[in-house]
Ligand binder design. Sequence first.
Ligand SMILES: Nc1ncnc2c1ncn2[C@@H]1O[C@H](COP(=O)(O)OP(=O)(O)OP(=O)(O)O)[C@@H](O)[C@H]1O
Length: 708
Amino acid sequence: MSEFQSAYQEEERKLDRALASIDDQLQQLRSIPVYIGDDFTEQALEASREGQRQKLIQSAQEPYFGRLDFEESGREFMPLYIGKAGVSDTVGKQPMVIDWRAPVASLFYSFTGGDSASYEAPEGLIEGKVSLKRNIVIRQRKLERVVDTFNENADTPGVSDEFLVYRLGENKDNRLRDIVSTIQAEQDQIIRALKNTALIIQGVAGSGKTTVALHRLAYLLYQYKEQIRAERMVIFAPNLMFIDYISEVLPELGVGDIQQCTFTDWAAKVIGLMTVPADGSAGLMRWFDDHARKQEIRTEQIYPGRYKGSMEFKNLLDDYLLRIEAECVPQVDFEPWDGNRLSRAEILEWFEGEYKYYPVARRKERLLARIHRWVEMELKKSPSAAALKERKKKAQQREKAYAKKWPELDSFQLYRNLFQMKKNADFAVEDLQARIPAAVWKETKDSLKNGTVQEDDLAALLYLFAGVNELDSTLTFDHIVIDEAQDFSPFQVAVLDRFVKGHSFTILGDLSQGIHYYKGIDDWQEMQGLFAQEETAYFALTRSYRSTMEIIEYANEILKRGVGTDLLAVPVFRSGDPVRLEHAQSGESKLKLIKQALTKVLNGEYRTTAILTRTLDEAKQMYESLTAEGLIANLIDGDKTQYAGGISVLPVYLSKGLEFDAVIVTDVDAQHYGPQDAKLLYVGCTRALHELWLLYGDQIPEYVVTEV
Ligand SMILES: Nc1ncnc2c1ncn2[C@@H]1O[C@H](COP(=O)(O)OP(=O)(O)OP(=O)(O)O)[C@@H](O)[C@H]1O
């Protein structure tokens, strides 16, 4: 019998035993009647049993995916089986399957060969030796594949990528999936990083940033069970369709309830805006489709979004907040009725003394309540019932009038005040205004006048909100993930830092995919600089797992020529077809080539293929042409909330974060892709897993290679 056959049989026997034990435990649990009464302790026990039941149901299909033979120095050797959830055996209650997030399981991911291995456990560093690392594919209770990625008895013992390459070669459906069986050492380091750190991750296209961030959430929930809760964690993602695309990963990892939203939607809710600023198709079209507008904006020195996302603007708002605090107590004494007076000096003393540590809005609230109590005490001193009645009436009116003299400490009103939108300004702001670039000031004032809040005003509005209000636990998070963070501004992150405990962030992005030149950052230092050195850590992911070598090398060339960056992706050794570069000037030749490129998705070989146009209008036209040909496709515009797979037609800027078995980029010519659009084209090309087609015109941008 070959070595492989004996390994396979050994694992089959092991699987039979494991499944029998799991089935047995599940049966026992199911035999306990479900508790539906009011007893709190019983309810908690029932919830725990239900959790256990769900875990076993999942494990009964695919109990584990890996085996690691680790001999801990001085202890008996035991093969460790690693799965999505830990399971103990029925007899000795010994661990039968180890949860992938447990400290010892980290060895499965971090071991990269060698005679000794160690992992960090709560009790200290555990050292030993790894003799076998085995990937095991089980689907619906059947053993499908056994691949040794390390075996010390093999002729060439080295950790191989064979299993990873096999996994990457599979076709993807319309959802991102978990990668627990093939997490790479550099990814594992990020997943297991300490909670109270602002992690900043620069990862090339396809390096697994989004996937890793989701696994990190599952890890944090496991490792810090007592300190964090799923519903107090949030993922900020670029749009609702992307949220739909990633929605399967957390449930696959047994994690639910984590909030997933766009920054815009969340911010609008916190501030209480009636209308959410446009960041759907209308907002994006303004930048990517409206060429005239784009030229006009580009000639301006300052993009409003860049200024309003800067720390300079934040500093200005800090000065504004100081002024609000200094000037918000009305410049008058309070006189509940003629002849009785509470001096402003005394009110100020309360405001600046006892209540000093409350935010301004809370101080205002407490102060007005205290004045009311003071009035009640004074009323008791009334000489007669008639005087009491008279004074009470007066005091009521004057209390109301006095409260009205206080400025409205609502963040929207304060912001309007800064841009002189209020007739009787509550605070003098001329000097502050003078610090805002004139063009930004005018544009913001004009849009506020129309009652419109722009997306780039949200950071300031939230900052004012956090500056004057108390942020209670319903508003703050245990951990925040920011995906596509290269499009976030430093100010946005600084604001979010007010809403999270212990700077607990996972901030991930790729500067080479920073296509929103009117916002975002040019260097991660802009974000790292927001935190003290010991509060933050930076990781770079350079290996790309999504695309074949041919696609990555082609996309890298675009970046090298068009941007001159050194942030290039290193492919995993997975080879595929050469990139197809086809000249297609006329609509007819274009459609013919597209139909040819769609063959594999139409005959079921691929599950997803995307046609990426330069603009939304062109995507609509393409969609209509395909429909006229009888093809079923999905048009993706910025307002779509679900991603269906199959054939998708979309403008390239909306493809960020997504991936497809094959990608067809149309209209690659100088008219559609200007000198500044290399990153946009790079994003488009790096969406492809196995096959990339580029349909180019007569005049091609300098950064595009037409021969490979
Ligand atoms: N360790 C891994 N094992 C298997 N597949 C992986 C691994 N890491 C990443 N992948 C796969 O690579 C693809 C890209 O992952 P993901 O979308 O998370 O990358 P990203 O860095 O966020 O990409 P981009 O910035 O280009 O949107 C996914 O299909 C993911 O499943």
